[in-house]
Design a protein around this ligand. Structure first.
Ligand code: PLP
Length: 469
């Protein structure tokens, strides 16, 4: 058996899987114990002798697919991970086989050029220019393996601007990070990793829904300064992980500019709204940010992982890492750019290829229509659920996330309903704590999920809750 034969077997199995998922068959999530999964997949068998090809590979793939979480099923409503079109998956396959770790240009000129190209495309959507405009700094960016690493990278650039000595001498003890309480946990982690410590993350004041109150920023800053601290950066959500809400970026950006504070917009989930005529106003003012994180493996439908760190002035990102590695970094004349100066990673996948394949398949108009459709569905679901009487919603959605709960029931009851729902197999939802209460959380990622699914979900939650009484 060779590559073509085995690939044909794998592709045939995946095609059946995709069809089944899209026909809403199979449990969206089935969790057997790890011991059972390891046994059922017969992981031990082939390890010694090898030979997992041909018919054995075909069997293995079938068994493996039975233990996957079915993101390709329209009942998948749990997390903000892309449901990639097959073209994105093929790009990942091309990348895996060619295996060009393109962070230095000579290890993948095609991949590096594609990364440069897609970064330019993203920068353009922000309103920044990677090509350079007279009187403006040249914008730039890099793709990383995920939004968490992207946030860390952006905040490292921020630290470097505020405390350029930190790279050599360690982080000064007077830096704080301002962030909304609803910021993603990777922000607090970055504070830990960067050595300012998680306690240096100071919460910004927010409204009842968790959105930053821009007119409270001066008081927060005054308190920070009065305590003898310096602001390393101010983080805003575009939008938040829990409920998908957008902070008022224009006002925040204006404040940061006036005060000379590094403004980091975490758009891992929500920056994709920039593609939509209807929704890009949610990001009004984002061009005032110093840095923006934008995950393509969320609403841009690229397979994991593909996250962009974008900066208004590319020199700030070039200054973030100052490393010596004589075998990689030496004066050389080459026709391309080494992204390695801008990333934590040394070896790095051809992430741009995944995103490019999807954009080039669906077109930016197709992607915009997808985003509009998912945002509209969240609004419709909100109207529908809010009218029911036995449910309540946490907030009116601004993007594709809806948080709702059984009215008058405990947090435990919400979680029990979720467990039961998942066990039944038709849906997989997540949960989140908002306004002090546990909500069921649904994220519309699958392009074919519709209001009919929402109605069936509501019925399923009701009967799951009733069965417990
Ligand atoms: C998902 C998310 C992250 C983390 O991104 P990963 O790609 O999962 O590491 C960070 N911030 C926000 C707002 C997110 O939604």
């Amino acid at each position: 058996m060779g590559f073509s034969e085995d690939a044909a077997v794998v592709v045939a199995a995946l095609a059946r899987y995709l069809e089944e998922c899209r026909a809403r068959r199979g449990p969206v999530l089935r969790q057997a114990s790890m011991e059972d999964v390891i046994r059922e997949l017969d992981l031990v068998g082939p390890v010694r002798e090898g030979g997992l090809t041909g018919p054995r590979l075909a069997e293995f793939v079938e068994r493996y697919l039975a233990h996957t979480t079915r993101l390709q099923h329209p009942g998948y409503l749990a997390h903000q991970v892309a449901v990639p079109p097959y073209t994105g998956a093929l790009a990942a396959l091309i990348d895996a086989l060619t295996n060009n770790p393109m962070a230095i240009y000579e290890m993948g000129p095609g991949a590096a050029s594609i990364e440069h190209f897609v970064l330019g495309w993203l920068l353009d959507k922000v309103g920044w220019s990677g090509a350079g405009v007279p009187g403006m700094p040249r914008a730039g960016g890099v793709l990383t393996h995920g939004g968490s690493l992207a946030n860390l990278t952006a905040l490292l650039a921020a630290r470097n601007r505020v405390a350029p000595e930190a790279w050599e001498q360690g982080t000064p003890s007077d830096l704080v990070l301002l962030a909304p309480p609803q910021s993603h946990y990777s922000i607090a982690r970055a504070a830990g990793i960067l050595g300012i410590g998680q306690r240096a993350v100071r919460p910004l004041e927010v409204d009842g829904d968790g959105r930053v109150l821009p007119d409270r920023l001066p008081a927060t800053l005054a308190a920070v300064r009065a305590s003898g601290k310096r602001v390393m950066a101010l983080v805003a959500n575009a939008g938040s992980t829990g409920a998908g809400l957008y902070d008022p970026l224009r006002e925040i950006g204006h404040f940061c500019q006036e005060e000379g504070i590094w403004f980091h917009a975490d758009g891992a989930h929500g920056a994709s709204a920039l593609l939509s005529e209807r929704h890009r106003h949610l990001l009004d003012g984002v061009a005032r940010a110093d840095s923006l994180v934008w995950d393509a493996h969320k609403l841009l439908r690229a397979p994991v992982l593909c996250a962009a760190v974008l900066v208004r002035d590319e020199r700030t990102l070039d200054g973030a890492f100052r490393e010596e590695a004589s075998y990689l970094f030496h004066a050389k004349v080459q026709p391309g750019f080494d992204f390695i100066h801008r990333t934590v990673e040394c070896t790095k996948a051809a992430l741009g290829l995944r995103l490019y394949a999807v954009v080039a398949d669906l077109g930016e108009r197709g992607l915009a229509a997808y985003i509009d459709g998912r945002f509209a569905l969240a609004s419709q679901a909100y109207e529908y659920v809010s009218d029911l009487g036995d449910f309540e919603c946490a907030v009116r959605p601004q993007s594709n996330i809806l948080c709702f709960r059984l009215r008058g029931r405990s947090d435990e009851a919400q979680l029990a309903a979720r467990d039961r729902l998942i066990a039944e197999g038709e849906f997989y939802v997540s949960s989140a704590v908002l306004k002090g209460a546990r909500f069921l959380r649904i994220v519309f990622m699958h392009p074919e999920t519709d209001l009919g699914d929402v109605r069936r979900l509501v019925e399923a939650v009701r009967s799951a809750a009733a069965s417990r009484e």
